[in-house]
Design a protein around this ligand. Structure first.
Ligand code: UDP
Ligand code: MG
Length: 330
């Protein structure tokens, strides 16, 4: 039987949390009015998360899992889960209980009111260090300024998606996936549900600094062309500076010949300045070219080594069907 709700939960080294997570989910599922499935995506965990997931699967038939063949990263793990979710509504949440399962009934309530994308928006981040809160605050504001679409601030991947939206997301082949951006891009009726983000239940955060910077870059480079304009802008600025300097040197050379201005230091500064501008521009170009390179290789988004208790992948929308011609209708 097709379940009404699918819970998609990526897992990377979460052995300490899995039993508690299961208890909390179990409590939630008991309170729901309809059937549900839980899809764990083991993202190449190095601890015994997979064994625990297998054990939970044996105990509870509503649980299914996908074992990715290596660590592909959070966004790809969620993508894999979305491709196999069969529910009419699909809920994406983190494993570490920072996204409290108790908020899910509120998401469902909004879905039943007719919203197709219901995303949870953090009002408070409990026990997070000040610099991280500030960095997140700043990042979301910059992203909003730069991006072509209006990605809501302070939202993570915790959300409910109608199956229609999931189908559209599954039909989008891009590999630098920034799900909260794609989710905004698709449109449909969207609404925010405010919630207080709890601290991680146990264990270390699995997003290393490098992974976090990668995610932040994905947000900007996948949804904005403004950085390309920044290099044009930097080029214009350095051209203006060079022009002013040329005028100044001309002036000093002819009107103040005693001036010491034309020296070694000046040349060094100019060389370094121009070098920096060029390298920044090449770096920005490189970000886009690297992404094009990743896309054209056309490799699958992920590989799986085990799959258990999950249904057929959701239907892929190959492309929007053309309008039918009725000329041969009798
Ligand atoms: N995660 C994953 N693959 C990774 C890193 C993280 O599947 O490479 C999962 C992790 O198990 C958790 C979720 O993504 O369920 C969010 O990770 P984390 O809590 O470390 O991120 P944070 O909440 O600190 O941003
Ligand atoms: Mg977390």
């Amino acid at each position: 039987m097709t379940p009404c709700y699918s819970l998609v939960i990526p897992i990377y080294n979460e052995a300490e949390i899995l039993y508690t997570l299961y208890q909390r989910i179990n409590g939630l599922l008991a309170s729901l009015d309809e059937t549900a499935e839980v899809i764990f995506i083991n993202d190449g965990s190095k601890d015994n998360s997979l064994e625990i997931i297998r054990e939970l699967r044996k105990k509870d038939g509503r649980i299914g899992y996908i074992n990715l063949a290596r660590n592909f990263g959070h966004q790809i793990a969620v993508t894999a889960g979305l491709q196999y979710a069969r529910g009419s509504a699909v809920i994406v949440m983190d494993a570490d209980l920072q996204d409290p399962p108790e908020v899910i009934p509120e998401l469902i309530k909004k879905w039943k009111q007719g919203y197709q994308v219901v995303y949870a928006q953090r009002t408070i981040r409990h026990k997070e260090v000040l610099y991280k809160r500030f960095a997140a605050y700043l990042y979301y504001r910059i992203l909003q300024q730069l991006s072509d679409i209006d990605i809501p601030a302070d939202t993570g991947d915790f959300c409910l998606l109608d199956h229609k939206v999931v189908e559209v997301l599954n039909s989008m082949p891009e590999r630098n996936r920034y799900i909260r951006g794609l989710r905004t891009w698709v449109g449909f009726k969207q609404v925010a549900v405010p919630f207080e983000r709890d601290p991680r239940f146990a264990g270390e955060r699995k997003y290393t600094f490098g992974k976090l910077v990668g995610l932040a870059f994905n947000g900007i480079f996948s949804f904005s062309k403004v950085p390309l304009r920044i290099s044009t802008f930097l080029g214009l600025v350095s051209a203006t500076v060079a022009l002013i300097m040329a005028c100044l040197i001309f002036y000093w050379r002819f009107f103040q010949p005693s001036s010491q201005f034309t020296g070694f230091a000046t040349i060094l500064i100019a060389v370094f300045f121009l070098g920096a501008v060029q390298l920044i521009s090449v770096g920005i170009l490189g970000e886009y070219i690297g992404r094009i390179y990743e896309e054209v290789k056309g490799r699958p988004l992920f590989t799986m080594s085990e799959i258990e208790g999950v249904g057929q992948p959701a239907k892929r929308l190959e492309r929007i069907e053309p309008v039918q011609s009725y000329s041969n209708v009798e």
